[in-house]
Every structure is written in C-alpha cells, then in structure tokens.
Design a protein around this ligand. Sequence first.
Ligand SMILES: [Zn+2]
Length: 472
Amino acid sequence: MTNETPKAPPLYPKSHLLAASGIAALLSLALLVFPSSEVEAKKTTLSLELESPAEQLKDESNTAPLVQTQGDQGSPFAQIDGADTNTEQAAQEAPATEKKPEAKEPGHREVTVARGDTLSTLFAKVGLPANAVHDLLASNKQAKQFSQLKHGQVLQFELDKDGELASLHSKVSNLETIRLTKTAKGYTFDREISKPVVRTAYAHGVIKSSLSASAQRAGLSHSMTMDMAKVLGYDIDFAQDIRPGDEFDVVYEQKVMDGKVVGTGNILSARFTNRGKTYTAVRYTNKQGNTSYYTADGNSLRKAFIRTPVDFARISSRFSAGRKHPILNKIRAHKGVDYAAPRGTPIKAAGDGRIELAGRRGGYGNTVIIAHGNSYKTLYGHMQGFAKGIKTGSNVKQGQIIGYIGTTGLSTGPHLHYEFQVNGVHVDPLSQKVPMADPIAKNERQRFLQQSQPLIARMDQEKATMLAANKR
Ligand SMILES: [Zn+2]
C-alpha cells in the first residue's frame, strides 16, 4: 500500500520563472547544488577552461577604485610546476635593460605563429632543416600537438651547439605549456598545467539601479554576482526585492597567474543589506568535507530548509524518475516524497516564505505551495486541513505549522506528499544535493567560529577603511 499522488504535473511552467528574473533563470540547478569538495574541484577546472579572453579582460579591468584586493601570498608569479621556465625566469631575473635573450642564450630561438605558418615554415625560420620536423613528429605520437598552431602562439626553440633541436616548448593557453625534449632515445613529450595562485579579494557595492550594474562597478564578475545571488537567494528575492541603497560586501577567491587575474573561485563570505535588513553567509567545509553556507551567528544559525516537514513520520514512498502508480497502474515519476503519519499530525513549513497557494489542487487535494525566495518552492499535498492563518498570499516562518496530515485528493491513506523545486525543477528533498544545510554540528561549532569570525571581521574592516577613504 503506497500513498500516492496521481500526477506530478509541473507546478509552474518554467517560463514563468524564466520571466521572473534573469538571475533566477540563470541560476541553474547545478549552481544551486552546494558543492562537495570533489564537485568543487571539477567546477574550478571548468571555470578556468571556460574563461574566455573577454571575460579575463573584464576581470582584469575589475580593479575599479571600489575593489580592494589583498594578496595573501607573497609571490606575484604563478606557481609553475617543473623547472622549465628558463626564458621567463631569465627575463625576470635579469634587469629590465638587458632584454636580449639571444645574446645570453645563443641556442634560443623564438617565433610567433603568423597566418599561413606551418611547423615546417617555422622550423625553416629558425634555421632547422626540413627533415627535423619529420623526425620530431615521428619520434613521439603526442608531438603532433605542436602542429595544431594558433595565430599568435609563440614557439620556443632551444638548439644545441651543433644547431640541432634540443627542445621545443609552447604555451597553448594561460595555464598550459607543452614541451618536447631531446633524449638519447628521441624526443619526450610533456605537458605542464600551471596552477594559479589563489588569493582573497574584497568587494563592496551599493545598488543604484540594478544589482548587476553595481556588482560590475564593484569589480565582481558576472559569475560572482550569480554566486552571491545563489548564496543569499534563500533570504533575498533578487528578482523583486532589490532596492536602490541596498549594499553588499563579499570576500571571495581570486585566481592569479603572472600577476593577472585569470578567474575567480568561491565566495567565502557575503553580506547583503536589503531594505535595511542585513543577511550574512559564510562558507564552511565540515570535517566530512561537505561545504555549505551558513549564517554568521552559529548559535542562531538558521537551517536553509527543514529536512523533514513532519515529525515522527515514516517515508512511505521516495522520489523517483519512474515507478508504477498504484492507482493509475502506469509508470509515472514520483516527484516528491511521501511521509505516512496519523491523520491530524502537524505539517511544518520547510522554510520561511510566502504562500502561493493554500487550497484544493486536483489530485493533490488540499495543498499548500510555499515560495522561498525566487528559487525554491515546496509543496505539501493531501492535507486534512490548513492551520489557522494559512491562506494564499500570507507569509510563513520556518517550522510554522501550516496544516495537518490527511488523505484528500487521490490518496490511498493518510500521508503528506512533499515536493521540493529549485528553479522550477523537481529535486529529491532527501538528496544531499539540495541546499538543506543542516546546522553546524555542536562538535564543530568552535571550528566554524574560528573560520567565520575572521571573514566577518575582514568585511567590517575593509568596509570601514573604504568608507573612510571615500570621505577624504
Ligand atoms: Zn507522493
């Protein structure tokens, strides 16, 4: 005997949400998934790869007066694995006046790929015989990566005293260098992936017209702005509630290569004052390696969502993409979780929000739908009745009783049918992927505070410094 909901039609057409706000639309489910460290690593790589030159330029130009960046690492240079950067290092070590690598390293040749160039024409330019290209390509399978030439790419040749090729290397992207080195057995190929230095940066902005405009002024990239909206999206409706005069502070990770910003990492802390009310989020990775954002005050830390809206209930049916419907006898997705409990058991709002519907809805019977900010929605079906004051348009607090377990609509017994939506997409409320951050565990509270307090202090301090500077 399963308790059922006959149909799980999408509650709202996606277009509704899309129309609601650019930010809402762009906050994909993937973005909303609070990353485990593993996912995080992937995301980092991805963002670096996707960083277009234009985006980088934008990032670099981000050194607007409002942004104060503070490197926490000594070296302005990227850390490059391996001991390869002969030319660059030589150039850096040598005084600026002595800019003649040719004189210093007689075997060094450097050519820039121009239109129409092939490996053969480039070899010819540095005085290598035509068969050198063939020997090189024949010696190692991976060597042909050197024949995928890009306009403007620089090839660095090192010739030995007999004028033969000793090594060839080229930077194929900001972060990647490929190299061939002559050995007794031919050429060996290797690839170096450079790791950018990660430092923390601070940005502060005051909204004049729109969030995106002020964030851009403050030096935040588009993706950072999206991240901020995601992090604080539970508390603030970024589509509808942003007002001129609202302000924000963000401490975030910045990736730097050769003194240039090549990307951004995570938001470490964010604070947003929306219509006079201030919300704070702090990133924290617990001892199990799970990362989430928390409010600054560990003690009164509010959960993003209550994981289970009914106390002492038994899960009678889980979320599934397809299963046999007990009444319709057809394979149907079950886009929620069923909690079986005695009739009349109280049902609690999973989070703060506004009631979009408190009434009958087809097979769901008596239903409550709560919008939590502009990204999240929860639905509670088959209720016996609604709690006092629960009606369409009213606001609810997390944990507030909204109604009672019943079996209205298409249902085979008393239970709650509970759905969770992120930007119009049903997600399994029991999955670890949904932003149902449980509070900081008691035994980690100390550790949490040790990490969160300096971040909050940094935002306080930077903002004070900035305001003082602006008064001058
Ligand atoms: Zn159900």
